[in-house]
Design a protein around this ligand. Structure first.
Ligand SMILES: Cc1cc2nc3c(=O)[nH]c(=O)nc-3n(C[C@H](O)[C@H](O)[C@H](O)COP(=O)(O)OP(=O)(O)OC[C@H]3O[C@@H](n4cnc5c(N)ncnc54)[C@H](O)[C@@H]3O)c2cc1C
Length: 297
């Protein structure tokens, strides 16, 4: 389909983009990699009057050591994340998750800032941000603010960003040596997640979910993510792991049921034995295993 008519502007700096947002308000949309916005515009689910192209702002593409955190520019592509040597040491979960997004073409165009701002419950990188306990830095004419990941995702395709705000930076607390795992369940390697879960262990273990309801990823470790007890979910830790997560028995109706039924539907092996579909994964030591049990009632 053909998008509705719009004006196109190029911003050569974050300040220019902020000025354009301030001028046009709700009628303006930032264009980063375009891999989420353009499809929405083609289906006329988004009809901005002004598209502000921020794709040339090279100042917003970086992965830097910020002391206790890794600082990542909003325009950093998924490809840059998945090949970063700094992230390999300090934030391996985020690096691994970036490599699971779509195909190489998507990863070369798509940006971290765009993926987070889009707020799609099915996308992978927000789960990594949540599991890492990271934050988002946003700038507007009124100044700069840092938004914790847990406050950032507010609903289906909704975030805490104001209409006049641009994401400039993403901050990921350093997590060298901390156990982690990302389980993306899909039918083909390059597909979106049918469901997924990102786990970070350490002193404050977190689990973030992908595509499990419209309420965006949630950190099961810090608040009960999953409602009524229908399917028990256990996070099994290796014996060498020093801490146990607080979510040893979170419960779920929709989420775990979806995960179980998805795995059962997709795997003939499990169709015959739908009792314990499970996966174990993780390219570093301290890996964890998520096991989803069939409800007993
Ligand atoms: C074929 C295909 C397969 C895909 N597969 C996956 C997948 O498996 N997993 C996955 O997670 N994603 C997937 N994606 C989505 C991909 O990761 C997108 O690139 C990403 O979600 C959006 O990033 P972008 O830079 O393209 O943002 P854009 O499409 O340019 O923008 C998306 C939204 O974010 C806003 N925005 C962009 N940058 C900023 C900023 N700095 N500050 C404030 N607002 C901003 C825009 O205004 C827009 O509303 C896929 C996309 C395609 C086309």
């Amino acid at each position: 389909m053909i998008p509705a008519a719009f004006d196109y502007q190029v911003a050569d700096s974050a300040d220019a983009a902020i000025a354009a947002l301030a001028e046009h308000g709700d009628d303006a949309k930032l264009l980063a990699g375009g891999h989420s916005l353009i499809p929405l515009m083609r289906f006329r689910l988004a009809t901005p009057g002004v598209v502000v192209d921020i794709g040339r702002i090279s100042d917003l593409s970086y992965i830097n050591d910020g002391g206790d955190h890794v600082a990542i520019g909003a325009m950093t592509t998924h490809r840059a994340l998945e090949t970063s040597e700094l992230l390999a040491v300090e934030a391996p979960l985020l690096r691994h998750v970036a490599g699971q997004v779509g195909d190489p073409q998507v990863r070369h165009r798509g940006t971290l800032g765009g993926s987070l701002a889009h707020g799609d419950p099915a996308s992978d990188l927000p789960a990594a941000l949540l599991a890492h306990g990271g934050s988002v830095v946003a700038r507007s004419p009124g100044g700069e603010r840092e938004i914790a990941a847990t406050d950032f995702f507010t609903g289906f395709l909704e975030t805490a960003l104001g209409a006049d705000e641009i994401i400039t930076e993403i901050r990921i607390p350093k997590a060298a040596g901390v156990g982690w795992s990302y389980q993306k369940f899909n039918r083909r390697a390059q597909d979106w997640a049918i469901v997924g879960a990102a786990v970070m262990l350490g002193d404050d273990p977190k689990v973030a979910l992908v595509n499990m309801g419209s309420a965006r990823c949630v950190t099961a470790a810090s608040r009960p993510a999953l409602p009524a007890a229908v399917v028990p979910m256990r996070l099994r830790l290796p014996v060498t792991t020093p801490t146990r997560p607080r979510i040893s028995t979170p419960t779920s109706s929709i989420a775990s049921t979806l995960l179980v039924s998805s795995s059962v539907a997709a795997s003939p092996r499990h169709r015959a034995d739908p009792i314990k579909p499970s996966w174990s994964d993780g390219p570093v030591e301290g890996r964890c295993k998520l096991t989803f049990d069939r409800p007993s009632n």
